[in-house]
Design a protein around this ligand. Structure first.
Ligand code: NAI
Length: 436
């Protein structure tokens, strides 16, 4: 089990049961578990949605769409069954927060799923875990079984006449199925490729029925929000960015780990105070602030608040809360190649700009990295990435293009020096190892 970290600046809402044995249903009950869902049954859908709206909670998967609003988009009347789908396919490199929730507080995900179901009038929820999270599946399956055994799931839950079921499912290791429509295809037993949007899942989703699909952290926040009140939760964060969020801080820091910080918390403080600063007294070179798809920030761009709007203003994204810290020894040429190699490998191949764009960028950067590049290659990489932006079915194309553009624009001189033979940093692995 990964060691839990903590820091005095943390504001523990979603993480307040971490390390307390709350995967055990009795412990969860002792720590206010399953109180929020009973309150939700008593108060009804309108109250749930209004509370979620008041909380200012925005999707923690990365896009930051307002959760209460998403739930309110589900049509009240529907011929087809409605579903709740928990996206636990956490695959964005640098992102490691949802697994901590499944590990330490799986009942919060179950309870949140039930609350979302009550809000939209659904009787069936799915919890979808990434293929590599098989070890977590056992924990989640046990939690679901325990909830059934207590009468919290199934027919007539809590003796209220309400029915609600939960089914668990794992993927098979494809990054692409983290995209919501590809995830639904996968869950339906098909190849995991994206669907055209609109229609959005809230209207036409799983098996064609209206579906609320939320990231695991988003869903697990719901019980806490109902218990503390929407306004109280909103106040913990900044304007339009309610509450707290889990940040996975990794890379060259003294104390890597998953920390819960208020929205808007300073990125500089997150790196230097919370995570203990740069490892071994080295200098900071760059930060990938919200998972691999977010444009890189240089060492002098980290005086920014960690919320969706401030990060957008800084030209990057809050994304999925995965802060990757790079010290002065990192070669950006190599880092850019490693990043694009991931996206090229994970592109589902469904649309051409993504399939071909990632492949050509990787080929070009491989040549540059191997010492055979020219300055024209840097322009070509930028041209390819520019032409992928906004031209793919799903955000994987943008996710590959955005960091690439960040690297070549902000570190162009390093690429040029590299090409001229003045290599920066020490390669961590060889290209042969990288491409297998
Ligand atoms: P999006 O902005 O298209 O949608 C966000 C959510 O809002 C979706 O659930 C969508 O269905 C819903 N939505 C948007 N407009 C709507 C409307 N008019 N009516 C109803 N619902 C609407 O973003 P998308 O494509 O879902 O996600 C992209 C994000 O995913 C990126 O920002 C990236 O940070 C993140 N990401 C996270 C990963 C992870 O492992 N957590 C992996 C890769 C990317």
């Amino acid at each position: 089990m990964p060691t839990l970290v903590s820091h005095p600046d943390e504001v523990k809402v979603i993480s307040r049961r971490f390390g307390m044995g709350a995967a055990d249903i009795d412990k969860y009950l002792e720590l206010d578990g399953y109180k929020a869902v009973q309150q939700a049954i008593a108060e009804g859908p309108e109250w749930i949605i209004n509370t979620m709206k008041a909380s200012g909670l925005r999707g923690r998967g990365g896009a930051g769409f307002p959760t209460g609003m998403k739930w309110s988009f589900v049509p009240k009347q529907s011929e087809k069954p409605k579903y709740v789908l928990v996206n636990g396919d956490e695959s964005e490199p640098g992102t490691c927060k949802d697994h901590v929730i499944f590990l330490h507080d799986p009942h919060a995900v179950i309870e949140g799923t039930m609350i979302a179901g009550l809000a939209i009038g659904s009787k069936l929820g799915f919890i979808y875990l990434r293929g590599e999270y098989r070890y977590l599946l056992k924990i989640v399956e046990k939690a679901v079984a325990d909830a059934y055994a207590r009468g919290f799931l199934g027919k007539n839950i809590f003796g209220t006449g309400v029915d609600f079921d939960i089914v668990t499912q794992t993927g098979a290791g494809a990054y692409e199925v983290g995209e919501e429509s590809a995830l639904m295809e996968s869950l339906e037993g098909k190849r995991g490729v994206p669907r055209i949007k609109p229609p959005f899942p809230a209207v036409v989703g799983l098996y064609g029925g209206p579906t609320v699909i939320n990231n695991a952290e988003t869903i697990a926040n719901a019980p806490h929000i109902l218990l503390m009140g929407g306004e109280a939760y909103a106040k913990l964060g900044t304007e339009r960015n309610g509450g707290t969020r889990l940040f996975g801080i990794s890379g060259h820091v003294e104390r890597p780990g998953v920390y819960e910080l208020p929205m808007g918390y300073s990125l500089r403080k997150a790196i230097y105070d919370v995570a203990g600063g740069i490892k071994d007294g080295k200098k900071l070179k760059a930060v990938v602030p919200g998972g691999a798809s977010c444009p890189v920030l240089t060492a002098d761009e980290i005086d920014v608040g960690l919320d969706f709007d401030q990060m957008a203003k800084a030209g990057t994204m809050l994304g999925s809360g995965g802060i990757v810290v790079l010290d002065e020894t990192v070669s950006i040429v190599e880092f850019a190649l490693r990043t694009i190699s991931f996206y090229q490998h994970e592109s589902c191949g469904w649309c051409i700009p993504c399939r071909e764009g990632t492949d050509w960028i990787k080929k070009t950067l491989t040549r540059v990295h191997a010492g055979g590049g020219t300055k024209k290659d840097i322009d070509n990489v930028q041209y390819l990435a520019d032409n992928m932006m906004g031209r793919t079915f799903c955000p994987l194309g943008d996710a590959a293009a955005m960091p690439t553009l960040g690297f070549v624009k902000k570190f162009r001189k390093e690429f040029e020096d590299y090409i001229e033979g003045k290599k920066a940093g020490t390669p961590i692995i060889t290209v042969q190892e990288l491409v297998g």
